[in-house]
Every structure is written in structure tokens, then in C-alpha cells.
Write a new protein. Sequence first.
Length: 175
Amino acid sequence: MRGPRPLSITLTPTQRALLERVVRRQNAPQALVRRAEIILAAAAGERNEPIARRLGCERGQVRTWRKRWAEATAKLVSLEESGAKESVLADAIGEVLSDRPRSGRPPEFTPEQVAQILALACTDPAEAGREVTHWTPRELAEEAVRRGVVEKISVRTVGRFFGESRFSRTASVTG
């Protein structure tokens, strides 16, 4: 095979057993299972391309998880050697295989606020003193602000809550 040798992965028997348990677990998230499979295959000496092909993912994904495991190896071995319980080691492995926090702006609206706006859309606009037969994103935005659900919200954001495109802003939300 061409290219540089991938990072070498070595597993202790306990680490291997815990990763195999993740793969066999019925209720494990698929992302976690795939990552455990990547580490097990890497430890078996497979190269990135065959792992990616077999698991139906990208080589970059295999490289990422191989690298993260290699970076965490010293910590995992140290935990194991210190006599930590298997559950502590399992949690540490889960942490290594979990997504890192993503950057970006935090959500502007809480799930409760979104739920209140969605619930508002299920009411009759006439009950709110609106002279329309169906809620529009504009009417919902105005009513949500009037009721104090949110301090301010754009018509476009309300439309996104309902999956409306910019071409259907005038379409009714409930009709």
C-alpha cells in the first residue's frame, strides 16, 4: 500500500474487551459502535483505507479516531495500571470515543420557547384577537413577542421552526 504508515494502535486485553462490549451492545449509539470498530480494526493492524471501505466511512474519519485513541493511550493505560474500576475505564473510553464540543454560537432560543411558539401555532388566531384564519410566521412572531415568550424573533426564524422556505413565507403555518 502507498502512503505513510498509519499510527500504530495497541490495546490492553481490558481495553479490547471493553471496545468489543461496545460493538456488541444492542443500545449503543451507532457513532460509538463505528468508532470502537475503527479502533479494534486499527489494533488488528489494518490500514486506514481497508477499514474505511469495510465500515463505509471516509479515510479521514479513520485517521481522526486512530489519532484520538493514540493521544489518549497513555491516560487509559495509566488508569488501568492505577487499579481503576472497569467502569471508570469504560467511562474514559467512552469519553475518548465521544464527539468533542463544537464551536459556534449557542442557540438563541431555548427548547421551551420553541415549544411555546409551536403550541401557539396550534391555537386559533382569533383567540389572540388576530383577524386572520391561519397563523403566518409574521403573525406568530408578533404574538410570541406580545405574550413575552421571546424578547424578539424574526419572521424567518419562526418560518425555520416550521420548515418553511423563503419562497413560502406567506403560506399559512397551520393550513
